[in-house]
Design a protein around this ligand. Structure first.
Ligand code: RIB
Length: 306
């Protein structure tokens, strides 16, 4: 199988507690339930792309522990090519501690573990995987030198390069922008990267324009229930989304990114791929967990109810 979408990124086991609300500093709260769920932004995006019709390969690292084996088996069961997924000796797999509250909001602490071992040199040795791809997707849960290598190499190879700058903790290195075809931040990431507040459609437009001036060819700013804003050379275009009853927003952004890439790989134009991503993400928030919440193609091909 030749993958048309290659995801270079993280795999985590998500340890998910549900509680009435998020705990305050120093507080111990009684929770309602606990689940162990496969996640990680990279793996979630790979699963979304695979379930929604792309041929996907995952480049990443897991530890030599039980979680690592589970994470690999889960991706393989989705038909994802895991031949570039390394098992790192004497290392634990990535783990995310997640609390989801009754308003479906979450707080997450990520312990990178083996994700931190996905070095640029490891990815350099997998250049054939990158060369074979049509679309490369990266996030920020792996070392930044590795992200820089993927963006730069992907651009040099003429691939469609997608960066989901999540989680964002500081401005992106200026050189990265010219290597990115689609920068896909959410509101808080766009605010952090641009240094501008993002709390309305207008301010989102200003932040996206700033990111384009920095050099990103196209920006898709996801706005939760306000939809998404797409900005390219032709200007800004708003894509509203339908309201849904959210249960858990974990991995909604990942579902959008993976679905958008799958849409492009299937030959959709950008507007179709954005709407496809929105429909997938809307469905994902109605279900609990990261990868278990990501829809399959047949669920999206069913006509929507009015
Ligand atoms: O985007 C959601 C993901 O963020 C979770 O699955 C968790 O692993 C963290 O990486």
């Amino acid at each position: 199988m030749q993958a048309n979408v290659v995801v270079i990124g993280s795999l985590n086991m998500d340890l998910v507690a549900r509680a009435p609300r998020l705990p305050r500093e120093g507080e111990t709260l009684s929770g309602e339930s606990f689940a162990t769920v496969p996640g990680g932004k990279g793996a979630n995006q790979a699963v979304a792309a695979a379930r929604l019709g792309a041929r996907v390969a995952m480049v990443g690292c897991v530890g030599d522990d039980a979680y690592g084996a589970q994470l690999r088996t889960g991706l393989e069961a989705e038909g994802i090519d895991c031949s570039a997924l390394a098992e790192v000796a004497d290392c634990s797999s990535g783990v995310a501690l997640i609390v989801v509250d009754d308003n479906s909001q979450n707080a997450i602490v990520v312990i990178p573990g083996a994700n931190g071992e996905l070095s640029a040199s490891r990815v350099e040795a997998l250049d054939a995987v990158l060369q074979g791809a049509q679309i490369l997707i990266c996030q920020l849960e792996i070392p930044s030198l590795t992200v820089a290598h993927v963006l730069c190499r992907g651009h040099a190879l003429g691939k469609t390069v997608i960066l989901n700058p999540a989680p964002a903790s500081e401005a992106l290195p200026p050189a990265w922008y010219a290597w990115i075809d689609y920068l896909i931040p959410n509101e808080s990431e766009a605010a952090l990267l641009s240094g501008l507040p993002v709390d309305s459609l207008e301010s989102a437009g200003a932040a996206a324009a700033h990111l384009r001036r920095a050099g990103a060819a196209k920006v898709i700013l996801t706005l939760g229930e306000r939809g998404a804003l797409f900005v390219d050379d032709d200007g800004a275009r708003h894509f509203p989304t339908r309201a849904v009853r959210a249960v858990d927003t974990t991995a909604a952004g990942d579902t959008f990114v993976g679905a958008f890439a799958a849409g492009l790989a299937r030959g959709f134009d950008e507007a179709e791929a954005i709407r496809f991503g929105q429909r997938a993400a809307a469905l994902s928030v109605t279900r609990a967990g990261a990868q278990p919440s990501i829809p399959h193609l047949h669920e999206l091909d069913t006509p929507e109810q009015p």
